[in-house]
Each structure stands twice: as structure tokens, then as C-alpha cells.
Design a protein around this ligand. Structure first.
Ligand code: CMP
Length: 161
């Protein structure tokens, strides 16, 4: 009898774990950049994000200082475009957000399209709203690890829902 109960409990535990795994969602981080903000595309971009099935779990409009923009993009410090990137990202307001969806990082990168809008596919956010590789309307995290780092850069844990 005890053995049967133990087996039953193990089976229930196994199914609960499997259910939890299949329901697991993950997150990515995005910024609507100063070019898209200035051109009035914030609403249109948020609509595309919503229609693609992402849930907004944190969001704020803010204006990065040069120092903060430099810190956020520190990974690109040695690149020739770093100065231009920091200048651009601190030029005007942005909208920062954390998005939730299954396979969030990859699906969001597909939604925004290639870094250079000239190479972005039809129907992507950058194809529709970006003007150049430097001023490319939106940012999207490139890995789960960076999504967490970038989300935490803008939002305290109390601001992530
Ligand atoms: P993002 O996805 O925010 O990540 C790094 C950013 O650097 C990228 O979008 C572009 O805005 C910018 N970037 C990448 N390559 C270039 C480049 N060759 N010239 C200017 N800016 C670039």
C-alpha cells in the first residue's frame, strides 16, 4: 500500500513538473529608440509587439544620459560606431520594456528583423520603421542572459510583473 502511494505521488509529481515546463515562458528586453520616438512610431511599434503575442511585464519612457547609454552599450566599446551609438541613444526619449512570451528572445528578434533595415524582411518592425543601421528604431536582446541583464538595467525587481 505504501509503495503504491509512493508510486502515485511520484507520478503526480512528474506530471506537475512536466506541466510547469510546458507552461514556462521567457522574457526579452526592448527599447524603442530615439528615432522611432521622435517620428511618432511608439504606438505603432507597441501594437506590432502586442499583435505578435508578447505580454508587456515592465515599461517606462525615459531619456538616457550619455553616461547611461555608454554603460548600456559597453559591450560595443571597442567598435568604431560606439561614439555615434551613444550620441544617438542619448539624443531623445526612449521607451524601455520587458516582454514575455514563449521563446521570447528569438521570436522578438524575428519580429524586429535584421540590424540593418536594408536587410530586414517585409513585415518586420525595422523594415517598417527604421531608417539606417545606426538609427534602427528598436533594440532586442540577443540572449536570455542579456535579456535579464538589460531588463535589470532599467527596472527594479518590484517594477517587473
Ligand atoms: P542594437 O540591436 O540596439 O545593438 C547594437 C546597436 O549598434 C545596433 O542595434 C545598431 O543600432 C548599432 N550598430 C550596429 N552596427 C552598426 C554600424 N555598423 N554602424 C552604426 N551603428 C551600428
Amino acid at each position: 500500500m505504501n509503495v503504491q502511494i509512493s508510486v502515485m505521488l511520484n507520478v503526480i509529481w512528474y506530471y506537475l513538473c512536466a506541466l510547469k515546463t510546458t507552461q514556462m515562458t521567457n522574457r526579452t528586453f526592448t527599447m524603442i529608440k530615439p528615432d522611432a520616438t521622435k517620428n511618432g512610431h511608439t504606438g505603432g511599434i507597441l501594437e506590432m509587439i502586442n499583435k505578435a503575442g508578447f505580454r508587456i511585464v515592465a515599461m517606462k519612457m525615459t531619456h538616457l544620459s550619455k553616461e547611461k547609454a555608454g554603460e548600456f552599450y559597453a559591450v560595443h566599446k571597442e567598435r568604431p560606431f560606439y561614439g555615434e551609438l551613444v550620441e544617438f541613444m542619448s539624443r531623445g526619449p526612449i521607451t524601455a520594456a520587458i516582454l514575455e512570451k514563449d521563446n521570447a528572445v528569438e521570436d522578438f528578434r524575428n519580429l524586429i528583423g535584421a540590424t540593418n533595415p536594408a536587410n530586414a524582411e517585409e513585415g518586420t518592425i525595422r523594415k517598417k520603421y527604421a531608417t539606417s543601421i545606426g538609427e534602427n528604431a528598436v533594440h532586442g536582446s540577443d540572449s536570455d542572459e542579456n535579456a535579464t541583464i538589460e531588463g535589470d538595467f532599467f527596472f527594479s525587481k518590484l517594477e517587473q510583473f
